[in-house]
Design a protein. Structure first.
Length: 290
């Protein structure tokens, strides 16, 4: 005798058989847009892109770099938000904890970040016949810190990079490999990103023999240049989004999205992002002495 199958009758008199247990669970997970994730996790899309660039998450990409996110990405972002807002951790500390807990399953960021600075610094020091202690003392860092940088085991702030560049008679960009195909057009997906310390990325907007250095800076909340630094020339910046505090000698200026700022590079300066979202800045130096 055939087994009885229960049916239900809807409002229009149509009968329906219930779905077998587990069918709903097997339904393919719906991909989420960056806007949906931002609303659910309660952070800005720019912050999500910033953490993606740091390696926190790795969304799938469709078509013209259109991002889609999984529920796993959302849960990682939830934990990161908790660590930042409740525990007060910075971006690097969050990455370290999530990596230690085995939560990160990310690929490398879409833009290739130049990691050659350590190798180049070591080569420069050896060529100049200097010891680690001599260089470390001259730029006011510890021998252990400089050794880690030369072995690519740590991150170095822009302030320290600038002091090292001055010590060797170079510019910061001399520490990195130049783009393979310099030219008048730089596609958004082909910009070269350079590390500027924890939470700071510098993307080259132009390359070649130029009289201006143009960068797109991305600065995570709480991140910045670190120490004061200076160099010859002039610079102007335009804050596209977020906030930025910049200090010239003893004067501090708080910039908001849409603000621009000009100053002489010879004035000792430092800067940081005091806000809750990523700061995105167009920053131009002339001549190229950064």
């Amino acid at each position: 005798m055939p087994s009885r199958v229960d049916t239900t009758i809807d409002a229009k008199g149509r009968s329906h058989r219930p779905k077998p247990a587990g069918v709903a669970a097997k339904k393919k997970e719906r991909a989420l847009t960056i806007g949906a994730v931002a609303r659910e996790v309660k952070i800005s899309p720019s912050m999500i892109r910033s953490w993606e660039q740091l390696g926190l998450i790795s969304p799938a990409r469709k078509g013209s770099n259109y991002r889609t996110y999984s529920r796993g990405d959302v849960e990682v972002l939830r934990r990161a938000v908790y660590m930042r807002r409740v525990r007060g951790l910075n971006a690097q500390a969050i990455l370290d904890e999530l990596r230690k807990d085995g939560c990160l399953r990310t690929k490398s960021p879409a833009r290739v970040v130049d990691s050659s600075i350590g190798t180049r610094l070591r080569r420069l020091r050896i060529q100049s016949g200097k010891t680690l202690a001599e260089v470390a003392g001259a730029v006011d860092v510890s021998v252990g810190f400089l050794s880690n940088i030369e072995r690519s085991h740590g991150e170095v702030s822009i302030g320290v990079m600038r002091r090292l560049a001055q010590y060797y008679g170079l510019n910061i960009l001399d520490f990195f490999s130049p783009p393979q195909t310099p030219g008048p057009l730089v596609r958004a997906t082909e910009r070269k990103a350079l590390p500027g310390g924890p939470g700071v990325s510098m993307e080259l907007l132009a390359s070649g023999k130029l009289i201006m250095e143009a960068h797109l800076f991305r600065v995570a909340p709480g991140a910045g240049s670190g120490e004061f630094y200076s160099h010859p020339g002039e610079e102007i910046l335009y804050l596209m989004s977020g906030e930025l505090k910049i200090t010239l000698e003893g004067s501090e200026y708080h910039l908001y999205a849409g603000d621009s700022f000009y100053f002489e590079s010879t004035i000792r300066h430092t800067w940081r992002n005091p806000g809750q979202t990523e700061a995105v800045i167009i920053w131009i130096n002339t001549p190229p002495t950064f």
